[in-house]
Design a protein around this ligand. Structure first.
Ligand code: ADP
Length: 455
């Protein structure tokens, strides 16, 4: 087993990994930017190294600095966390070339799944269902338009290098296709340095269902059930839950086994997530994330499996310690992403937290790195806490989410707690009847109402 792990990340996820290391008797090193000197993960880790100024490019994305820190501290493995370099093939390769273990998949798997066109070809060959769309990259808008006519409007134009919903545009008719294509492509070029586009049929009322998979790269792979991440705003997940209220047991078994089978056939090593859209009883593969997900704790709550621990064990060369039959799903879990942002305007709200009280009690877990007096830096994403709830049934879990949200105090900055409370009050949400467009529609209608009330 490793003696010392370097964590190349920040915020709650860095702390999450420090915690796993501590429980496993492994020393931890956290790297940080100058903006994160007072971060909780830095305080909790055994060692820390400042690797650069606030700008991510010069710190959390600076491979040379991170590798130097690993050498300096004598770490034997590097955990990339989520975001930043976690799905960077070059980084994974460099880590290994410098004699450290990369806690994650092989560079080859990262590369394969990171290129959406290659990913689709790969999983299609392994039997996963895809959304009707272009077979690969579109040469130009002309070719796109021809294909869009065949698929039928509306279509979604997507960036091959996309992420977080950037470089994505819905074209509803022939007339707007070319303008949409050009816009999406230049947005992708600006954001990812790659303007290559592909296209899919735009689904009007799908749910986002993703399957947690785990493989040991030694022929074994299982799935740990699904997560329903349909509550989204601007393609960003807001609330996740498992199991999904929309799936039947047969559907659950079907898609879980399919994803596990695919993972095994790829001889995938590490944890991963296969994302699907689900509409009218059909699943369509979206992408595979070759890393831990923000919402991984809800899976941990219903399976009792510590996913970060498993990541570390697998990276250290251990085989999976459980089979599919060993995995038992217990109860229902929700995660609310608490962001430092205004609950109505969504304007980011960095700054000093003057008072913090975390909710507690049975079935309540808070993954967060904030504390009384902590200043949320303006340089990074706005996630400050994840409220994770577990209960025997969905009904009980809903009541517990409400109860816990009511206990949570974060003063000094704006948070989206009120947004969560509003969603919780909606009969459609309580009934589990929603799709990926539901929250946006709700917000639009509420904005309309308050405009009317004001005039
Ligand atoms: P990214 O890599 O930018 O996150 P994804 O392909 O994972 O892009 O899609 C992100 C989100 O966009 C999905 O969760 C879903 O909400 C929406 N989406 C993606 N593809 C489609 C589609 N074909 N039809 C409707 N919505 C889609």
């Amino acid at each position: 087993m490793f003696k010392k792990i370097l964590i190349a990340n920040r915020g709650e996820i860095a702390l999450r990994i420090v915690r796993a290391c501590r429980e496993m008797g492994i020393e931890s090193v956290v790297v940080h930017s100058t903006a994160d000197e007072a971060a909780m993960a830095v305080r909790m880790a055994d060692e820390s190294v400042c690797i650069g100024p606030p700008s991510s490019r010069q710190s959390y994305l600076n491979m040379a600095s991170i590798l130097s820190a690993a050498t300096l501290t004598g770490a034997d493995a590097i955990h990339p966390g989520i975001g930043f370099l976690s799905e960077n093939e070059e980084f994974a390769r460099m880590v290994e070339e410098h004699g450290f273990t990369f806690i994650g998949p092989t560079p080859e798997h990262i590369a394969k799944m990171g290129d959406k066109a290659v990913a689709k070809d790969t999983v299609r060959a392994l039997g996963l269902p895809l959304i009707p769309g272009s077979p690969g990259i579109l040469k130009d808008a002309e070719e796109g338009l021809k294909l869009a006519r065949e698929i039928g409007f509306p279509v979604l134009i997507k960036a091959v290098a996309g992420g977080g919903g950037k470089g994505m545009k819905v074209a509803r008719s022939e007339d707007e296709f070319k303008a949409c294509f050009t816009m999406a492509s230049s947005e992708a070029k600006a954001a990812f340095g790659n303007g290559a586009m592909y296209m899919e049929k735009y689904l009007s009322h799908p749910r986002h269902i993703e399957i947690q998979v785990i493989g040991d790269g030694q022929g074994n792979a299982v799935h740990l059930g699904e997560r329903d991440c349909s509550i989204q705003r601007r393609h960003q997940k807001v609330i996740e839950e498992c199991p999904s209220p929309a799936l039947t047991d047969e559907e659950r078994k079907y898609i879980g086994e399919l994803a596990a089978d695919c993972t095994r056939k790829m001889n995938y090593r590490g944890v991963g997530t296969m994302e699907f859209l689900y509409e009218d009883g059909k699943f369509y593969f979206l992408e595979m994330n070759t890393r831990l997900q923000v919402e991984h704790p809800i899976t941990e709550m219903i399976t009792g499996i510590d996913l970060v621990r498993e990541q570390i064990m697998i990276a250290a060369g251990h085989k999976l310690s459980f089979t599919q039959e060993d995995i038992k799903f217990d109860g229902h879990a929700f995660e609310c992403r608490i962001n430092a942002e205004h609950p109505e305007t969504f304007i980011p709200s960095p700054g000093k937290i003057t008072r913090y009280h975390a909710p507690g009690g049975l079935g309540v877990r808070v993954d967060s790195a904030i504390y009384d007096g902590y200043s949320v830096p303006p340089h990074y994403d706005s996630l400050v806490a994840k409220l994770i709830i577990h209960a025997k049934t969905r009904e009980e879990a809903l009541k517990r989410v409400e109860r816990a949200l009511g206990e949570c105090v974060i003063d000094g900055i704006n948070t989206n707690i009120r947004l969560h409370e509003r969603i919780l009050q909606e009969p459609a949400f309580r009934a589990g009847e929603f799709n990926i467009h539901w929250l946006e529609k709700l917000l639009a209608s509420q904005a309309e109402e308050s405009k009317k009330a004001a005039s």
